[in-house]
Design a protein around this ligand. Structure first.
Ligand SMILES: [Zn+2]
Length: 273
């Protein structure tokens, strides 16, 4: 692997791990405060029961998530061969990714898959295979643009982002439930004049922690692409694919705006020159 990229990934991996750890501490702190508030309440039994029910549901959801993710990860079979990109398109993608991978292959055999509904790109690894997902819309783009998308996904693969995302998604379930429990307890326990502003601040924190760690991974993949020399193509791609703004995007999309992503890539290219 490109040594510059390797050094950069080493540093960013540490940063992402800290972000995941701190994102994990945040819901724990919330549930701790909520527990103290609940313990002080002798009269409101239903709040205690609600807290226990919420806690049970989230534990079940997290275990279920971990089980399905790791099952997929340890699956020895190739995933869904029906959706594999084959024939001349596959040849084309292999030719395009060769200069990116250079003399160092990804540790696992790499294949290309059509992206599922509502997705444009993605990278996934199981214990034996690595995959890059691409939508049909992206396959219609020029070689120059596709190559930069492949470089971005390649960085996700070599940085093992798939495994990090499993933990990020578990922390998200935990955060969602802890914020909900905390809000309910606060609204019941403290006068509304005080509890509503706290809840609003907490909601802003929730939105930040929900995206923080994954945003670091995306940012790393963008800068990594620029380090590999495919930054200009990625800028071109972001100019073509601007996501449609919506409340869902505002609330949950872990990507920065395309304008910021382009700015980051341009900064990296300038620093490298
Ligand atoms: Zn990405």
């Amino acid at each position: 692997m490109n040594t510059e990229l390797q050094a950069f990934l080493l540093y960013r991996n540490k940063l992402a791990s800290y972000a995941i750890f701190i994102s994990f501490l945040y819901p724990i702190l919330l549930i701790f405060i909520a527990s103290i508030l609940i313990m002080q309440m002798q009269t409101i039994l239903f709040l205690r029961l609600l807290a226990i029910a919420l806690l049970t549901i989230q534990v079940i959801l997290i275990l279920n998530k971990l089980n399905s993710e790791f099952k997929e990860y340890y699956d020895q079979k190739k995933i869904n061969t029906k959706s594999a990109i084959e024939g001349t398109q596959r040849e084309r993608l292999l030719n395009l990714i060769t200069p990116i991978v250079k003399n160092k292959e990804t540790r696992k055999p790499l294949d290309f898959i059509y992206a599922g509904k509502g997705r444009e790109t993605g990278a996934y690894s199981s214990i034996r295979f690595s995959y890059i997902f691409l939508s049909r819309r992206i396959l219609d783009l020029s070689d120059y643009t596709i190559q930069s998308v492949l470089a971005h996904e390649y960085v996700h693969l070599v940085a093992n982002d798939y495994l990090k995302l499993i933990f990020i998604s578990c922390v998200r379930i935990l955060t969602l439930f802890c914020v909900a429990s905390f809000t309910i307890v606060l609204l019941f326990r403290i006068p509304l004049l005080i509890s509503i502003p706290i809840c609003l601040i907490n909601f802003a924190l929730f939105r930040f922690f929900y995206k923080w760690a994954e945003r670091i991974l995306e940012n790393t993949a963008d800068i990594g692409t620029a380090i590999l020399g495919f930054g200009p193509g990625l800028i071109h791609f972001f100019q073509l694919f601007e996501p449609i703004p919506s409340i869902k995007v505002w609330l949950t999309d872990s990507h920065e705006s395309n304008k910021n992503r382009i700015k980051n890539i341009k900064n990296t290219i300038n620093t490298l020159n």
